[in-house]
Design a protein around this ligand. Structure first.
Ligand code: NAD
Length: 272
């Protein structure tokens, strides 16, 4: 099923970064946007900028997500697209790559947050909204994972492992519900200029403050959002915003051992 028009969309993590850009793009298309974020002030600012509504909640609280879906469907109408975009990472980029602690991520609270926000939040959203979408014959789920969910984030094992899980969950949803009209898209960007990689909202500089791995092609969130919405509307499952990721994934699939050796050399380069 392809969707030509999105009446109502929910965007989690909509207060900053990629989520904020997704909200703005959807609003420009005439979609009623519900901006969800744990950062209440940020959600309200974005919502008032775009004429949407704001909801402050923690996406890893299943009851709160169920209530959100219930309330939005009552007040705004049926949710056509639910974008699970909120995410967290605690890597320290190149520094994490060389510190034994950074790579292993010794802090259980951080592993826990990554599982809850990067994976379980997608599960809770699907549980709340898919049965309703099935009843009306379709709907669209867009889940933001990362290129780290197909490749790896050097220096952040918890981020890498949970983003792989997010890709796996999206694949299961697509396989199980695709024929019943649920369109699933999983978004796997490489570096995007947001607070997650040390760049404040609306920063003019792409490099300023960037502490992540030395990756090529840092994109602006607005460009990422346009690709995500265009490709999601076209019904694409795997959305690769950075073209080079296709090549990296092909190389990994064709020779996993060689790919690991290449990543070891890359890590070494980052450490020197
Ligand atoms: N920036 C990148 O380089 C990059 C690359 C690949 C994937 N991603 C993914 O893109 C998504 C968006 O990240 P971003 O780069 O825009 O970062 P960001 O930090 O600018 O935005 C993340 C948003 O999620 C919100 N959030 C965090 N925990 C939450 C929770 N428990 N409940 C509700 N909201 C919560 C934050 O308040 C913030 O507004 C994440 O899933 C991230 O993993 C980012």
């Amino acid at each position: 099923m392809r969707m030509s028009r999105i009446g109502v969309a929910v965007v989690t993590g909509g207060g900053h970064g990629i989520g904020r850009a997704l909200c703005r793009r959807l609003a420009r298309d005439g979609t009623k946007v519900v901006v969800v974020d744990i950062d209440e002030a940020a959600a309200s600012t974005v919502a008032s900028d775009i004429g949407g509504t704001a909801r402050a909640l923690d996406v890893s609280d299943e009851q709160a997500v169920a209530r959100l879906v219930d309330e939005v469907e009552q007040t705004e109408g049926p949710i056509d697209m639910f974008i699970s975009n909120a995410g967290v990472g605690y890597g320290d980029g190149a520094a994490g790559a060389i510190s034994a602690e950074g790579g292993m991520n010794p802090i259980d609270d951080r592993w826990d947050a990554c599982w809850r926000i990067n994976v379980m939040a997608h599960v809770y959203a699907a549980r709340a909204v898919v049965p309703r979408m099935l009843q009306r014959g379709g709907g669209h789920l867009v889940n933001t994972a990362s290129a780290a969910g197909l490749l790896s984030q050097i220096g952040d094992s918890a981020y890498s492992a949970t983003k792989h899980a997010a890709v796996g969950f999206a694949e299961s949803l697509a396989i199980d519900y695709g024929e019943a009209g649920i369109v699933v898209s999983v978004v796997c960007p490489q570096a995007v200029a947001t607070r997650m990689i040390g760049i404040e909202d609306d920063s003019e500089s792409l490099e300023g403050g960037f502490r992540g791995n030395d990756v090529d092609g840092i994109m602006r969130p607005e460009a990422v959002a346009d690709i995500v919405i265009d490709e999601a509307l076209a019904g694409r499952f795997l959305i690769l915003t950075h073209p080079e990721v296709t090549t990296y994934v092909q190389r990994k699939a064709s020779d996993h051992n060689r790919w690991i050796r290449g990543m070891q050399r890359f890590r070494q380069k980052l450490s020197s």
